[in-house]
Design a binder for this molecule. Structure first.
Ligand code: DLZ
Length: 235
């Protein structure tokens, strides 16, 4: 009798726990770990029909990690096109690194020439604490700029442990730049509706020619205006 219980007990335990053990295995084999890692990079957000035909979008991109950022910006531009944002209503500029994003976004938002801004950058963890300080400063800085200026700022910064993670989020069907473009259009429409802002006259590019703010330049002589537009900076 004792012998048969000893024989049966392991079988009973196996029968009770086998399904959960197997399902645990199913999601934790090395190939499925890879699958879920890549899956996590895919978009998990849906968008409705977005009409961006009257929307002006600014893109501020970093030159650090240029190749990956270019892919992300391409994804963003593709989405803007699909939302009917006109080419002349897209303003693009570059800055050195992610740390420069909040102040540049603030300058562009305050210029009043765009309805939303996409920031595009890639931070890759190195050996020092640099990554942590910059990541934190950039994300809180950008949030603060959008709350202060009422201009939506899309947080287009990848914070990754390595290049593999960056590639999984910036290429093919997993290009996060596409989500950023659609988010910018949706938020620009929301802002304009909430603040009762009519579709602005002029295009983002044309308004840029006027300088940082319209009024001071308008009151200047043609020569002064010329000097102003020739001055450095992206406005
Ligand atoms: C210095 C630095 C480093 C180490 N890494 C990155 C990075 O991965 N991505 C990025 O956008 N910028 C990096 N930078 C540059 C800083 O963002 C910033 O441009 C400099 O510290 C100058 O303020």
């Amino acid at each position: 009798m004792l012998l048969s219980i000893q024989k049966i007990l392991p079988l009973l335990i196996a029968a009770v726990f086998a399904p959960s053990i197997n399902s645990f295995r199913a999601t934790h084999t090395s190939s499925s770990t890879r699958f879920s890692r890549l899956k996590a990079a895919e978009s998990e957000v849906t968008f409705g029909e977005l009409d961006g035909s009257d929307i002006r979008i600014g893109i501020i991109r970093t030159r650090w990690n240029d190749e990956h950022v270019t892919n992300l910006v391409d994804g963003c531009l593709k989405a803007l096109k699909e939302c009917n944002v006109k080419e002349e209503n897209i303003f693009e500029t570059s800055i050195p690194g992610a740390y420069e994003l909040p102040l540049s976004a603030r300058f562009l938002a305050l210029s009043g020439t765009v309805d939303a801004i996409v920031t595009a950058g890639v931070l890759i963890k190195g050996e020092t604490m640099h990554f942590e300080y910059i990541s934190d400063a950039v994300s809180s800085g950008l949030m603060s700029v959008q709350l202060q200026t009422q201009c939506p700022i899309v947080y287009g910064v990848l914070n990754c442990a390595n290049e593999e993670q960056v590639k999984a989020r910036s290429s093919g069907d997993s290009n996060h730049g596409e989500d950023w473009g659609r988010t910018a259009v949706e938020m620009a429409l929301l802002r304009n509706e909430a603040l009762n802002i009519k579709a602005a006259e002029g295009t983002a590019n044309k308004l840029m020619d006027l300088g940082f703010s319209k009024s001071p330049t308008d009151s200047k002589s043609p020569t002064e205006k010329k000097e102003k537009t020739a001055s450095p900076g992206f406005f």
